[in-house]
Structures are given as C-alpha cells and as structure tokens.
Design a protein around this ligand. Structure first.
Ligand code: PLP
Length: 397
C-alpha cells in the first residue's frame, strides 16, 4: 500500500530534535523556525515533557470520558489561571479543526441559529464546518459547501453588521491573528467594535487561537492585545507540543447539557499530561516573555532594513537595499511575538528552498509570496542572529 499523496514534501527526513534544532537521517542540523506548523511551543523533546509523557504512559494511557479524570480537572484549572479565563469552562478535543467545529456547534445550540460570519483569508481547519468557514474554495468540497456562511473583509464592520441584521447568525469566527492567510493582525479597534456588534445582535463571538494562542504573541491569546473577552476561544497546535490535543474555553453564559458535545480521545490521560507539562515549561522558563522579546528583536532587525515596509515598528534605522535583478523584494513585514510574516513582491519558493537546503533553516509559507515564521517559543537570540544573517545574505538586504 502507498500513502495517499496529498502533501508536498521537503526532501528531509528528521530523526531527532531538541529545543529549536532538528537533525535529519544524515546528521545534518537544522534550525526550526516553523515548529512543525506552530505546534512545537516549548521546544522539541523538552526533558520535563518527555518525562511527564513517559511517566503517564506507564500508569494509564487511556480510558474514556465516562469516568473521572483528575488530569482534565487540573488542566482546566491551570489553563484558567494561565489565560486569565478562570470563570470559563474547558471542553477538550483532539485538534484545531475539531475545536472550531465544537465552538460553532455550541454557538448554534445556544442561539438556535444556523449562519456563521467568517473573514476573507481565514483558515479554520478541514472538517465540515471548519472548512466551510475557511476562505479557500480549493479545499471546500460540494459536501462541505452547504453550510450557511457569509464572508466579510477583515476590518469591514459595516459588512459584518449587514450580515448580523438578518437575525440568523449564530457566530462570528475570527483568528486572533490570521496565520495561513498571511499574518494579518486585526486592529484593537476592529476587535472591540466586532465584540460590541456580536453582543448587540445576540451572536456568539468565536476567537480561533489555534495558531496565534498559547503564548506565541507574548500574551496567552493574541486577542488579549485588544482588550476583548470573546464568548468561545478555540485552541490546538501548541497546547500539547505535538501530542494531538485541542480544546475550547466557554464563557459562563453557556449551559452544558449531557451529550451536547463529545469525543472518544479528547482529554485522554496522555494528552492531559503533555498539556500540563507544556504549561509548567511556559511558566518556569518565562516563554511568553521570551516569545515577545525574540519576536521584537526579529521584527526590529528585519524592519531596520525596510523602514517603509514595516507594519509593526515605525522607527527603524537605515540600511542598503541593493538587490540583484529579478529576485523578489520585501514589500511588508508584520507580526507579533513569534508569529511573523515577511511578504515579497514575487514567489519565494526558491528563497525557502535555499534557506532549507543550503542554510538548513526550516521556515513556513503563506500563499506564494509570504515567508511565515512560527518557531518554538524557546528561540534564542543566537538562533535569531543565525536566521537574520543567512536571510540577509540570501535576500541581499
Ligand atoms: N485554525 C487555525 C487558525 C489554524 O491555523 C489551523 C491549522 O493550521 C486550524 C484551525 C486547524 O487545526 P488542525 O490542523 O489541528 O485541525
């Protein structure tokens, strides 16, 4: 049997990893600025994480959600404290898409409505409802396309209000920072108005923090830079540093009913042990502050060569932007903490190929023109400098 061929693969075979470093089967060391797509939050194979997972596997790995699981209760308490949402409830599942699916289902149960407002350039996952609210027709099958969804431009409050006026909108779903859409940061003013509109029309505000959450931007959730408190917050990726896990935080306004949500694997002992170890490490090692400091350092350094292109740091110093004919130039640099997008005026496949195969640096991408950096939160200044010098050589900035 062969694998169903749906992934474009790098010609690299990682066999070992530690912190922000990955080694392939030939012993070559790579700097990981991609984190397996924002999943590796506390670094690869952290000893505390490995020990917690191993210890739990030797005790009990799985039963079901029909028995008491004190690890789930402990995790709810710890996420509540870490995020500042102690009065919310936690429902645990297995992935980002499943979290969004559950959030939209809960919003629909709560309001009795069936329409969702989502935003252009959004990505919310691959399951039926999650992909229906994702703005990418190439991955939406006819089966998924029957959901009632209205897409608005990010920032267009008038369009949102026009949709909410119909009275049938259960939820507005928005990413804390759009990731796959190219690191687009909604303004604080927009988020505050959006929150107020949702309240006015009795619509549930769902914040997808699957990629932007869990400390990546220097706050526990990216929306916490904007001063709002959404009704439901969805999580995935970094929550258990690679062990499959997701979850949603639910405001006290929602009433739970038996069987309203459910899952076989969600909240199992191993996922909980990993998620608890992740919170220990984030707290013990000050990783949220580190993410912000390293992110600021990267953004400042990149922006200092491109003052006119920085969307984040308005007072950079000067540099020498001579370039070779034909290679794409940087048009915009944006981000917060360790969620950074560097946009070019042309395709960057060749640049990323060189970064990976010649300089041994993993990076992510959004669309065809945007380099996306999503490293583990334990990145060091030396790692940043290694990237910056190699990136400067390859882009001739
Ligand atoms: N939401 C956002 C913002 C994401 O970036 C992703 C994945 O990239 C998802 C949801 C889906 O998560 P998963 O792949 O774990 O289902």
């Amino acid at each position: 049997m062969e694998l169903f061929d749906v992934y474009s693969l790098f010609d690299v075979t990682p066999v070992r990893a530690r912190g922000c470093k990955v080694w392939d089967d030939k012993g070559t060391e790579y700097l990981d600025l991609y984190g397996g797509h924002a999943v590796i939050s506390v670094g690869h194979c952290h000893p505390h994480y490995v020990e917690a997972l191993t210890r739990q596997a030797g005790r009990i790995g799985f039963y079901s959600n029909s028995v008491r699981n004190p690890l789930q209760e402990e995790l709810a308490r710890r996420i509540g404290v870490a995020s500042g949402y102690e009065d919310y409830s936690l429902f645990l599942d297995n992935s980002g898409a499943e979290s969004n699916e559950n959030a939209l289902k809960l919003a629909s149960f709560h309001t009795g409505r069936d329409r969702v407002v989502a935003f252009r350039k959004s990505f919310h996952g691959r399951t039926s409802g999650a992909v229906a609210v994702t703005d990418n027709p190439a991955i939406v099958s006819p089966f998924n396309a029957n959901h009632k969804v209205t897409f608005c431009e990010l920032g267009d409050l008038a369009a949102v209000e026009a949709a909410l006026l119909g009275g049938d909108v259960a939820a507005v779903i928005i990413e804390g920072i759009q990731g796959c859409g190219g690191i687009n940061i909604p303004t604080a003013g927009f988020m505050q108005e959006l929150s107020a509109l949702c309240r006015k029309y009795g619509t549930v505000l769902v914040l997808d923090e699957v990629q932007s959450g869990y400390g990546r931007t220097g706050k526990f959730f990216a929306h916490q830079w904007t001063g709002i408190r959404p009704d439901i917050i969805t999580m995935g990726k970094g929550i258990a540093n690679g062990f499959p896990c997701g979850g949603i935080l639910i405001s006290p306004e929602f009433m739970a009913r038996k069987s309203m949500l459910g899952t076989t694997f969600g909240g199992n002992y191993l996922a909980c042990a990993c998620a608890l170890a992740v919170l220990d490490i984030i707290e013990d090692e000050g990783l949220m502050a580190n993410a912000l400091a390293c992110g600021d350092y990267l953004l400042d350094s990149l922006s200092s060569c491109h003052p006119e292109r920085s969307d984040c740091h308005p007072e950079p110093s000067s540099c020498h932007p001579e370039r070779s004919e034909g290679s794409p130039a940087i048009t915009s640099i944006r981000g917060r903490g360790l969620m950074i997008g560097i946009e070019f005026n042309g395709p960057i496949a060749e640049l990323r190929r060189k970064l990976l195969y010649e300089r041994h640096i993993f990076t992510g991408v959004a669309g065809t023109n945007i380099v996306r950096l999503l490293p583990p939160l334990c990145l060091t200044k030396e790692d940043c400098d290694y990237f910056l010098s190699n990136f400067a050589e390859l882009t001739e900035i």
